[in-house]
Design a protein around this ligand. Structure first.
Ligand code: PMP
Length: 451
C-alpha cells in the first residue's frame, strides 16, 4: 500500500485510488475535476478552499428542503441512537413510510423500499416481464432510468438511432438491448404504431413523465394518455419513473398533476432529501409477485432496504413537506426564474427560452420551447455549458454539463434568485463577448449522460 506524500493534493490523492477521482460517471465534469467539497448547508456548498457556491445542481435533485435540513438530520441522529439495521422483520418506521407513500401516490396500493432509483426501475421491469411472460420493454428518447442493462441505451440517441441500439456502456449483452425499443417522446402516433406491430410482446412501457434528464420536456396530455390506453388495451405494464418528478413536483407525483395513473411507480431522490431511499410501488396484484411475500416468484432483496436511518430521513422529509409551505415556496421561486430570466436575456440578442416546472428550471438557447429531444439536439451549441462555467466562476453552481436541469430548494431565497438573474445575464454576456460559444468545449458536451 502506497501512502501519499504529505504535500499531495486531495484531487491527486483521489485520482490515485478512485478511477477518475470521483464515484460516479456524471461527476466527471470537464473543468471541475479538482473540485473537492468540504461542507454543505442550506442552499450552498463549499469547496476545500472555502469558496461558497449557491447550489442549483442539488445533487441531481434530492435536497428539496435544502442541504442538511435540521429536521431531517435530527431524525436520522435520533434513529441512530435507538435502532440499527437488523435485516430481519420490519420496523415501525418502514410501516409508516409505506403507509404514507400508499396514501400519497395514486398508483400505489403496495410499496417496497430500495436504496436507489436504479434498483426500483430494475425491479419494475423484472416484475412486468414475469407477470406478462413477454420480452420487450419500451423506453423513450431523452429518458434515463438508471444504470442496469435493459435501460442502458443512450438517453439521447441521435434521431436516426431511434428504434436502433445505442448502448450507454460496453459490457452489455446485445440480446438484452435487442429487447428494448426506443421511441420518440411526445409522439403518440409512434406509440400506437409500436403497439400495433409489437403489442403482444411488450411487457412494459417505462417513461419519465417529464424527461428531466435532458433538462425539461413537458409532456403533452395526449401522449401520456396514449401510453395509458395502449398499455391497458395490450395488457402491458405502464411504469412511471417518478424518481425526479415524484415528491419534488407534488406529493402525488406527476400522476397527481396529469391524472394519468400508471400500474407501477418508481421513486427516489427527493423522498428522503438526499439520503439513499428508492421505492417501487403500484397495483397490489403486481407488487404481490415479489418474494417479500411467502411463495411469490419474483426475487426481491437488498441488505440495506428500509435502513432505519434513511427511513427516518424519508419520514422527516415527508412530514415537513406536508406541514410547511415547501412546495408553495419553491414553485414561487421557480415561477420567478421562468418569468424574469427571459427578460434579462432578451436584450443580449441570443435566442433563449426558459422552461421547467415547479422548482426545476432550465435555459435552452433556442427560439421555441422544445417538445421532443430532437428539438434539443438540433440546438446543441456550446452556450449551455459555456455560460454555466462562467456562473460557477461567480459562485453560482448550475452544473456545466449539457442539458442539465437546475433545482430550487426550500432554503433558496428571493435574494438568491436576484443574484441568479444577475449572474446569468453577466455569464451569457461574457460568453457571447468571448466569442467561443461553440469552441473550447471539447469533451464538455455529454449528450449521452444522465442522472
Ligand atoms: N430514474 C430517473 C428518472 C433518474 O433521474 C435516475 C437518476 N438520476 C434514476 C432513475 C436512477 O436513480 P439512482 O441514480 O438513484 O440509481
Amino acid at each position: 500500500m502506497q501512502q501519499p506524500a504529505p504535500s499531495t493534493s486531495l484531487p491527486e490523492r483521489a485520482r490515485r485510488v478512485i478511477p477518475g477521482g470521483v464515484n460516479s460517471g456524471q461527476r466527471n465534469v470537464p473543468g471541475l475535476t479538482d473540485l473537492v467539497i468540504s461542507r454543505a448547508q442550506g442552499a450552498s456548498f463549499w469547496d476545500s478552499d472555502g469558496r461558497q457556491y449557491t447550489d442549483y445542481h442539488a445533487a441531481f435533485g434530492p435536497p428539496l428542503l435544502g442541504h442538511n435540513d435540521p429536521d431531517v438530520a435530527g431524525a436520522v441522529a435520533e434513529a441512530g441512537r435507538k435502532l440499527d439495521l437488523c435485516g430481519v422483520g420490519v420496523t415501525e418506521g418502514e410501516i409508516e413510510l409505506a403507509e404514507t407513500l400508499v396514501e400519497l401516490i395514486p398508483s400505489m396500493e403496495r410499496v417496497l423500499l430500495t436504496s436507489t432509483g436504479s434498483e426500483a426501475t430494475f425491479h419494475a421491469l423484472r416484475v412486468a416481464r414475469a407477470v406478462t411472460g413477454r420480452r420487450l420493454v419500451v423506453k423513450f428518447q431523452g429518458c434515463y432510468h438508471g444504470w442496469h442493462d435493459s435501460v442502458s441505451l443512450n438517453v439521447i440517441s441521435a434521431p436516426e438511432r431511434v428504434g436502433g441500439k445505442d448502448p450507454i456502456s460496453t459490457g452489455i449483452l446485445p440480446e438484452v438491448l435487442d429487447a428494448t425499443l426506443v421511441l420518440r417522446f411526445n409522439d403518440p402516433d409512434g406509440v400506437r404504431a409500436a403497439f400495433a406491430e409489437h403489442g403482444a410482446d411488450i411487457a412494459a412501457v417505462i417513461v419519465e413523465p417529464v424527461p428531466h434528464n435532458v433538462g425539461c420536456l413537458l409532456p403533452e396530455q395526449e401522449f401520456l394518455q396514449t401510453l395509458r390506453d395502449e398499455c391497458t388495451a395490450h395488457g402491458s405494464v405502464l411504469v412511471f419513473d417518478e424518481v425526479i418528478t415524484g415528491i419534488r413536483h407534488g406529493l402525488a407525483g406527476w400522476q397527481g398533476v396529469s391524472g394519468v395513473v400508471p400500474d407501477l411507480t418508481t421513486m427516489g431522490k427527493a423522498i428522503a432529501n438526499g439520503y439513499p431511499v428508492g421505492a417501487l410501488g403500484g397495483r397490489a396484484d403486481l407488487m404481490d409477485q415479489f418474494s417479500s411475500r411467502p411463495g411469490a416468484p419474483v426475487f426481491f432483496a437488498g441488505t440495506y432496504n428500509g435502513h432505519p436511518a434513511v427511513v427516518a430521513a424519508a419520514l422527516a422529509t415527508l412530514r415537513k413537506l406536508r406541514a410547511e409551505p415547501v412546495h408553495e415556496h419553491v414553485f414561487r421561486l421557480g415561477e420567478r426564474v421562468r418569468a424574469e430570466l427571459p427578460g434579462v436575456l432578451a436584450p443580449l440578442g441570443v435566442p433563449a427560452v426558459v422552461t421547467g416546472y415547479g422548482s426545476v428550471f432550465v435555459t435552452y438557447f433556442m427560439d421555441e420551447l422544445p417538445r421532443t429531444y430532437e428539438d434539443l439536439l438540433a440546438n446543441d451549441t456550446g452556450m449551455f455549458v459555456g455560460y454555466r462555467r462562467r456562473m460557477v466562476d461567480q459562485g453560482i453552481f448550475e452544473l456545466p454539463l449539457n442539458l442539465k436541469r437546475s433545482h430550487l430548494s426550500y432554503a433558496h431565497t428571493d435574494a438568491d434568485v436576484d443574484r441568479l438573474l444577475e449572474a446569468t445575464e453577466r455569464a451569457v454576456r461574457e460568453q457571447l463577448a468571448a466569442g467561443d460559444a461553440v469552441a473550447d468545449l471539447s469533451g464538455a458536451s455529454t449528450m449521452g449522460g444522465a442522472r
